[in-house]
Design a protein around this ligand. Structure first.
Ligand code: WTA
Length: 635
């Protein structure tokens, strides 16, 4: 029997039990029946979390693009694969069929080859949400080049760090991008970034906004003529199951961003299987995920998961507020979207606007609503459920991470009864564990602890690019023989999970992971700043916002504080991107430190939260007097 499509709760439990008791047998069946292999595996799984080393489907050979494109051509050649909705609603949507996608990916793949890109080379993609983004991702996969997509909201410094870290040979970008009423000079950002990147030999440039840009002789090439002269036939490279498919950077609590490495076969199987079930996708449905392909959500649930199922996936170039806050609902109505997957931040922002913006659109096509990226608060959940889903469309609150490659804890719509703010049950094959601070697993229900996973799943990241030790230290050292997520969670009386938030120094702002250390480093670059500490505080739209405590050097004391705040945020924008700007900056004479010199963030967090009734033990502080001073001047 195929367990590919779960349809009721009994079946979920039955299949879940099977996936835990006989994981190899279970995944082998799924892989065997629903994918196209050039060669089958010799071994389904080998693993050792102490190294850590995980291999799925070893010995198998495949190409993910044959699974996402070629195999659909016979039955779905004229079906829309990608439905592109431009930034400007007056510009016509572009429907790309599977046949056309095949042709365009092949051409692009040949351009990459003609420019000297080979299997295993890293290619950085820095593009807005235009079809070329999905197509270039697939073109890399076609020839076995490892794509590293960098979200096109990152600054030049952030981009160059990522390019250098994985030694990319090529950058694919566009002249510029549209963002609501604004345009952004993407090529200018790439030019700045490449001043520090000697590894990049070629820059391919797509035309989008027709701006006047500099093309560097010998390095920069317009994409269009190259595509026109390339052949439409490109044999898919033979990839081993564990060959890297892509690198995607995510912020750590300290240091450099981490280049998470995802490999081919396991990632494909898990992304496809979760997509099918979590969205209950049926053949003629139109599915829309509003994320950017620059994030993992876009990789797994705009590109690979939907296409592996032969789905129609919407790609939206614009923003929810342009030309007005009804844009999402206008698109749902226009394209009769059946599954809609977005982030709590977007929901909260839209809930602040008039209901008439929702009500004037026909949303009756919607069947399933999704949420991802951060905890969804009760109010936002109900607004989404009542006004968008009209209490008919189940909300799937999907918990997962860049590192996990696919959705890990989630309801299955029409199968798992939902509960506001709960991600509910582990997906098939996922074995979560809650741990106490002493490393003991908390068994049974009604417990709260640190969220770990105790058995491998097919789409887990295999390493951090160039730094396996860091991979081990970050994810496999806190708890023996378990993958540690960095999140806290509770399990209620029926076994439902609720994610309570990060337990490390990562702060989720508008669904984006931000490590405090890199932002503090940026703040400290300001000549007037002596030291800084950043914490999160609750924000009604963004979930969390950033609060900076900044100590000035003498030279800064006399300066206008508002100007200093602007300058500090400007530096952050240059180093990381506007998403990391501080909402509040409090200048202070000191920071609470332990005798060993560690900043006590717990106290700073409480003050920023305006929750100072119980600051906990401050007796180990070197300078307890500074706490009152900070409290008196809190913003
Ligand atoms: C948080 C995004 C609560 C969590 C796919 C996680 C969530 C981090 C949820 C990963 C959710 C994601 N409920 N928190 N449904 N989904 N998170 O790598 O803290 O961008 O560790 O992956 O987002 O963010 P990332």
């Amino acid at each position: 029997m195929s367990n590919y499509h779960i349809k009721h709760l009994e079946e979920y439990y039955q299949v879940y039990r099977k996936s835990v008791r006989e994981p190899e047998h279970f995944w082998e069946e799924i892989a065997e029946e629903h994918f196209m292999w050039q060669r089958k595996w010799d071994n389904v799984l080998s693993w050792d979390f102490s190294k850590p080393e995980v291999k799925w489907f070893e010995g198998a050979q495949l190409n993910i693009t044959e699974n996402c494109i070629d195999r659909h051509l016979a039955t779905r050649g004229n079906k829309t694969a990608i439905l592109f909705e431009p930034n400007d609603p007056k510009e016509e949507a572009e429907l790309i069929t599977y046949n056309q996608l095949h042709e365009r990916v092949n051409r692009f793949a040949n351009v990459l080859k003609n420019q000297g890109i080979k299997k295993g080379d890293r290619v950085c993609i820095y593009l807005p949400m235009i079809p070329e983004l999905a197509i270039s991702v697939l073109a890399c996969a076609r020839i076995g080049a490892i794509h590293s997509v960098v979200f096109a909201g990152f600054s030049a410094t952030a981009l160059s760090t990522r390019i250098n870290d994985s030694d990319c040979k090529m950058v694919i970008t566009s002249d510029g991008s549209y963002r609501g009423a604004k345009t952004i000079d993407l090529k200018g950002i790439v030019d700045d970034a490449l001043e520090d990147c000697s590894c990049v030999k070629t820059v391919l440039v797509a035309k989008r906004i027709h701006s006047n840009i500099n093309m560097k002789e010998g390095r920069d090439k317009w994409l269009k003529p190259l595509l026109e002269e390339a052949s439409t036939d490109c044999k898919a490279e033979v990839m081993n199951a564990e060959d890297p498919l892509f690198i995607l950077y995510t912020s750590g609590s300290t240091g450099m961003p981490k280049g998470m490495v995802h490999t081919t076969a396991g990632y494909m199987v898990y992304a496809a299987y979760t997509f099918k079930n979590v969205f209950q996708y049926k053949e003629d449905d139109v599915y829309w995920c509003t994320a950017d392909i620059g994030w993992i959500t876009g990789h797994s649930y705009i590109v690979y998961g939907p296409l592996a199922n032969g789905a129609t996936t919407v790609m939206f170039e614009g923003v929810p507020s342009y030309p007005d806050f009804g844009r999402f609902w206008e698109i749902v109505e226009k394209h009769k979207v059946n599954q809609f997957y977005t982030a709590p931040t977007a929901i909260r922002a839209l809930a602040k606007e008039g209901l008439e913006l929702v009500e004037k659109h026909d949303l009756s096509s919607l069947k399933v609503l999704g949420s991802v990226g951060e905890p969804i608060n009760e109010e936002a959940w109900h607004w989404y459920n009542d006004n968008v889903g009209k209490k008919k469309s189940p909300i799937v609150d999907t918990w997962w991470q860049t590192e996990t490659g696919g959705i890990m804890i989630t309801p299955i719509p029409f199968v798992t009864p939902t509960k506001p703010t709960y991600a509910t049950l582990p997906f098939i094959g996922i074995q979560p564990a809650l741990m106490d601070e002493n490393g003991k697993e908390l068994k049974g229900n009604q417990v709260e602890g640190r969220l770990c996973v105790k058995f491998p799943w097919p789409s887990m990241a295999r390493t951090i690019w160039g730094n396996h030790q860091r991979y081990k230290d970050t994810y496999f050292s806190a708890f023996e023989n378990k993958y540690f997520t960095g999140d806290g969670a509770l399990r209620d009386e029926v076994g439902y999970y609720r994610i309570t938030g990060r337990v490390d120094d990562v702060i989720i702002v508008s669904g984006h992971n931000l490590g405090t250390a890199p932002i503090e480093d940026a703040v400290n670059e300001h000549p007037a700043v002596a030291e800084s500490a950043i914490v999160g505080f609750p924000h009604d739209v963004k979930g969390n916002a950033l609060y900076g405590y900044v100590i000035l050097k003498d030279t800064g004391e006399s300066r206008n504080h508002d100007n200093l705040r602007k300058e500090i945020n400007q530096i952050i924008t240059e180093h990381i991107g506007p998403i990391a700007k501080l909402d509040k900056i409090q200048f202070t004479s000191g920071l609470p430190k332990t005798r060993s010199g560690k900043i006590m963030r717990r106290i700073l967090r409480k003050i920023a939260h305006k929750d100072t009734s119980n600051l906990g033990d401050t007796s180990t502080l070197l300078n307890p007097e500074v706490v009152n001073d900070i409290m008196d001047n809190v913003l």
